[in-house]
Write a protein that binds this ligand. Structure first.
Ligand code: LLP
Length: 420
């Protein structure tokens, strides 16, 4: 369910016609629904209502726009960040430092220091040496850094290989079998307040089974750690819950997820932490684009749109499916390929897909583009950096300006020794 619907034959974002945004802001442009973010945030929280102590940290990598973060802050969410840049965004949007969790497999010493300077709530350690480094830095300041150890449960998330993170061969966390020994060594360090464990096995999960298997392994580890005398107060269960990209995909509901979590974690006696990203942002946004040309070919016609792989990278990177719909559908359909203007064949959004019949100049949307859309955009082919808009009822605001290619060029320098 989302907030982009046909009204009188035309697509609206909440109460704003998409054609108006295209006219006033131009295309391509990401369009977000404030109500969508708020509803997803509320539903996810509601799903967990039978769990005693819950901390929600929106994975801001999914959509780090400041306006989006402000919506999430107002909804009572903290942030899961993976870089110093994301940390500053979370704080700039009004999230409390204590509600920020710092994940990421390659935190630098400068970022660890930045986390301490800002007083964040928790570091999720990815390996032992990182814990030693954090302890050194924190102890040098007379502090103890709140942290948990991320474990790799060796569970197949059943998702795309490039977004799977919980198999033994993935780079994330420490092997769960090694965790007790590593935990024991880290727990002795003077600069750490090691208080639990974390796990995150991948993204766009459409089944609860791998999550439940992971949580059960984490539960067994908790028992081992406690038996060894450790005090465990926090467990971070990560993100990963999928969304519907195409008809027939039925991710678990928030209630089903919450019920599973409650059942598996009933006796844990810890604060549970969650890092949802896509679940919140995915269906709260679309990418609005204009058809440039419909180009005949020996096979299916090519619908060339003004959005490209630099604006929405997911199809090129993960063969991801995004529904494509005309903003003013005529009711007629045809089979076509959809591609952008970028000069490589990977810049193809769909092949041989039955879609609304569109013609040169028509507007269209790629759905479910609120997560991992704008945030992964680039300026490849010296294209502008895509703009972002947020709708709220009958009004909207540009929440990220389009950055013209000329502005980016202006940041480049030709050294004087090349011009002499
Ligand atoms: N926590 C950690 C430690 C993560 O690495 C991630 C996502 C999340 C939480 C949030 O996961 P979510 O709830 O959004 O599934 N660019 C890819 C997705 C990459 C996900 C990376 N980590 C895509 O477009 O599909």
């Amino acid at each position: 369910m989302d907030d982009f619907r046909l009204k009188d034959g035309e697509f609206y974002a909440e109460d704003v016609p998409l054609s108006r945004i295209a006219e006033e802001v131009g295309t391509p442009v990401y369009v977000y629904s404030r109500a969508g973010f708020e509803r997803h945030a509320r539903d996810f929280r509601e799903g967990l209502k039978t769990c005693a102590r819950v901390h929600l940290a929106y994975a801001i990598k999914a959509n780090p726009n400041l306006a989006v973060l402000r919506v999430m802050a107002n909804a009572g969410y903290g942030a899961d960040v993976v870089s110093g840049g994301e940390l500053e965004r979370a704080l700039a949007a009004g999230m409390a430092a204590k509600d920020v969790v710092f994940s990421g497999v390659g935190k630098t010493r400068a970022e660890l220091t930045q986390g301490l300077d800002r007083g964040i709530g928790q570091f999720n350690l990815e390996h032992e040496a990182e814990g030693v480094a954090l302890s050194d830095i924190a102890a040098g300041r007379g502090e103890r850094a709140p942290c948990v150890l991320r474990v790799n449960p060796d569970v197949d998330a059943g998702t795309h290989a490039k977004i799977s993170t919980g198999k033994a061969e993935n780079k994330f966390g420490v092997a769960i079998a090694d965790a007790p020994a590593i935990y024991a060594r880290l727990a002795r360090l003077p600069g750490l307040d090691l208080r639990g464990v974390a796990s995150h096995i991948g993204s766009q999960l459409l089944s609860l089974a791998p999550m439940e298997a992971t949580y059960r392994r984490v539960g067994a580890l908790l028992a081992d750690l406690r038996a060894a005398g450790h005090r465990i107060s926090h467990v971070d269960l990560g993100g990963g819950l999928g969304v519907t990209y195409r008809a027939g995909e039925t991710p678990p509901s928030d209630a089903e997820y919450g019920a599973m979590v409650a059942r598996v974690t009933r006796d844990w006696g810890v604060a549970l932490m969650f890092e949802p990203g896509r679940r919140i942002a995915g269906n709260a946004g679309v990418l609005l684009t204009r058809v440039l040309w419909v180009k005949p070919s020996p096979g299916n016609p090519w619908v060339i749109v003004d959005a490209a792989m630099n604006d929405l990278a997911r199809p090129a990177l993960y063969d991801a499916w995004h529904d494509f719909e005309a903003v003013s559908p005529s009711g007629e359909r045809f089979v076509a390929n959809i591609a952008g203007p970028v000069c490589e064949s990977g810049d193809t959004f769909a092949k041989g897909r039955k879609i609304d019949r569109v013609a040169d100049g028509d507007l269209a949307i790629f759905r479910t583009a609120g997560a991992y859309g704008a945030t992964m955009a680039s300026t490849y082919n010296s294209r502008d950096l895509v703009a972002e808009v947020m709708v709220d009822g009958g009004r909207y605001a540009v929440v990220a300006e389009r950055i013209p290619a000329a502005r980016i060029m202006a940041e480049e320098h030709v050294p004087e020794w090349l011009t002499a």
